[in-house]
Design a protein around this ligand. Structure first.
Ligand code: FUL
Length: 514
């Protein structure tokens, strides 16, 4: 029995045992590829072969865990907080960093009350200023008179997040203006095998794991910082890299050692998702927190320099993984890969705190929630700490209001405990009595990939099934808002197009209480 078939049978048994709803549509034709997190494609693949391959792509356990987080937070904090810049110069006096009221427990409480499950700190932004005392640069908190040079924001952040049950993520900017000024970043050095950690004078470490990885001078600098962060502040659940280059002259470039950086993260933080310029999570393509209406987690990718994954299509393509996109991505696509979308956005206009900016309204945040979590994406909402080292009171209040609003948008699931019947392509729910519904949440069991291309929701009214609404992709989460409540006892979801056996993990019905 081929592996794909075995998986299919096991899946049905598991879901039946756990009481989840699942059903199968007939699998389309085409050659069977083995299920994998990425599957090679060729320019010769027919459209049918591409769809068959896409249907065999599966998330890794790491990606499934990441997708379940739904609401994650970003914290942009550093010298820019004090200079008012968004992209620092690298020559800042570390003494400008004076968060005299730093209280990371206050951050953690606000994030917990906002419903956030993971928070990512800008351990280093493009200016190169590091929020923990690194052995590899003096451009750090240790060079500030704040707390007599004994302060460590990363330590404090990681301890507080864990205390409040929030997972820890780190953003370590590849672009580094300070290392450029120091002659390390983009210095044209050769890529050769480096020993990590590179010993320093009076090194206080001994006995830890050692690695030999190819890198430039700057690539080794990044590896040493990753080593410090991941061995001394872990466990870390998300490592966030963007792809920005520093503000360097046009004749210079730092070709990042992605393969070595990824290898070190995998070795030291096996559970960490490597995001955006990384193989596990992709950037949604805008900084407004908005996923595409039909957001695919299986997308065509190309492998670039030093193992970096990139879109085969452009970042702003309106369709990243639908049938047309699979074809349009030929001949540049190397693989179809499970590469789910992360939607980042700041609660204020800037990523860093600026006194003259205000947080978004509850309506705006709720809209962002529906356009990200409601469209098969994870929300990454930035809330910037202020010059005291606190989340501003207005933002803290807004986070709580946001969570309360989402709770009122999606209160009790009326379908929970209801009688559910399934037949090929259809899930029918009998609520026992007519109920008003104006929000519907759908999900596939993504352990079996992303298969659904279109669905229709119907309600039985006056003895006949009437169309209530319809949607395209589902993926891990699709939330549908009805323009007005619909009252009915029997509801059904019909899959009208699917790549392969669709596994419906959620068909939830709500009446919002706004
Ligand atoms: C971008 C950076 O250039 C911005 O400053 C910010 O950190 C954003 C989240 O990522 O790549």
């Amino acid at each position: 029995m081929p592996l794909s078939r075995r998986l299919f049978v096991t899946a049905a048994a598991t879901l039946a045992a756990s009481g989840s709803t699942s059903f199968a549509l007939a699998a389309p034709g085409g050659p069977a590829a083995e299920p994998d997190h990425r599957i090679p494609v060729s320019p010769d693949d027919t459209p049918e072969e591409l769809v068959a391959k896409a249907s065999q792509v599966r998330p890794t356990d790491r990606q499934i865990a990441w997708q379940r987080l739904e609401r994650t937070a970003f914290l942009h904090f550093g010298v820019n907080t004090f200079t008012g810049l968004e992209w620092g110069m690298g020559d800042e006096d570390p003494d400008v960093f004076q968060p005299v009221g730093l209280d990371t427990d206050q951050w953690a409480r606000a994030l917990r009350d906002g419903g956030f499950k993971l928070a990512i700190l800008t351990v280093k932004h493009h200016d190169g200023f590091v929020l923990y005392p690194s052995r590899y640069t003096s451009h750090t908190v240790a060079s500030s008179s704040w707390r007599d040079g004994q302060g460590d924001v990363l330590r404090s952040f990681a301890d507080s997040m864990r205390r409040y049950g929030i997972k820890v993520g780190v953003y370590i900017s590849p672009a580094d203006e300070n290392q450029y000024l120091d002659g390390v970043y983009a210095n044209g050095s050769a890529r050769y095998e480096r020993t990590i950690p590179t010993p320093v004078a009076d090194d206080d470490r001994s006995g830890g794991p050692q690695f030999t990885l190819p890198a430039t001078d700057y690539g080794a600098h990044m590896l040493n910082q990753l080593y410090e962060v991941l061995t001394e502040y872990g466990p870390v659940d998300e490592v966030w890299f963007d792809g920005a280059q520093g503000r360097i002259p046009p004749d210079k470039v730092e070709k990042y050692d992605w393969d070595s950086w990824y290898a070190l993260v995998r070795a030291l933080a096996p559970d960490a998702s490597i995001a955006v310029s990384g193989p596990d999570v992709r950037w949604v393509g805008n900084e407004g927190g908005s996923a595409r209406e039909n957001e695919w987690s299986v997308v065509p990718v190309t492998e670039k320099d030093n193992g970096r994954m990139d879109f085969a299509l452009s970042y702003d393509a309106p369709d990243m993984g639908g049938r047309d996109a699979l074809v349009a991505a030929q001949p540049v696509a190397d693989f179809l890969q499970w590469w789910p979308a992360e939607s980042d956005v700041s609660i204020r206009d800037g990523w860093f705190y600026h006194a003259d900016q205000q947080p978004k309204t509850v309506e705006q945040l709720t809209d962002i929630y529906f356009r990200s979590v409601g469209r098969n994406s994870v929300l990454l909402l930035n809330i910037p700490p202020d010059t005291q080292g606190l989340l501003p009171a207005a933002d803290v209040a807004r986070l709580r209001e946001f969570r309360e609003r989402v709770d009122r948008e999606l209160p009790e699931d009326l379908a929970r405990g209801a009688r559910v019947t399934t037949s090929p392509g259809t899930v029918t729910v009998d609520l026992g009595a007519a109920r008003e519904v104006d929000r519907i949440r759908l999900a596939e069991d993504i352990r079996y990939g992303q298969q659904v291309e279109s669905v229709v929701i119907e309600a039985q009214r006056g003895g006949t099934w009437q169309r209530v609404t319809e949607a395209g992709t589902l993926g891990a989460s699709r939330i549908l808002l009805l323009p007005a409540p619909v009252r009915a006892r029997r509801w059904r979801l019909r899959v009208t197009r699917s790549r392969r056996a669709a596994r419906i993990a959620q068909f939830a019905l709500y009446r919002s209480q706004l």
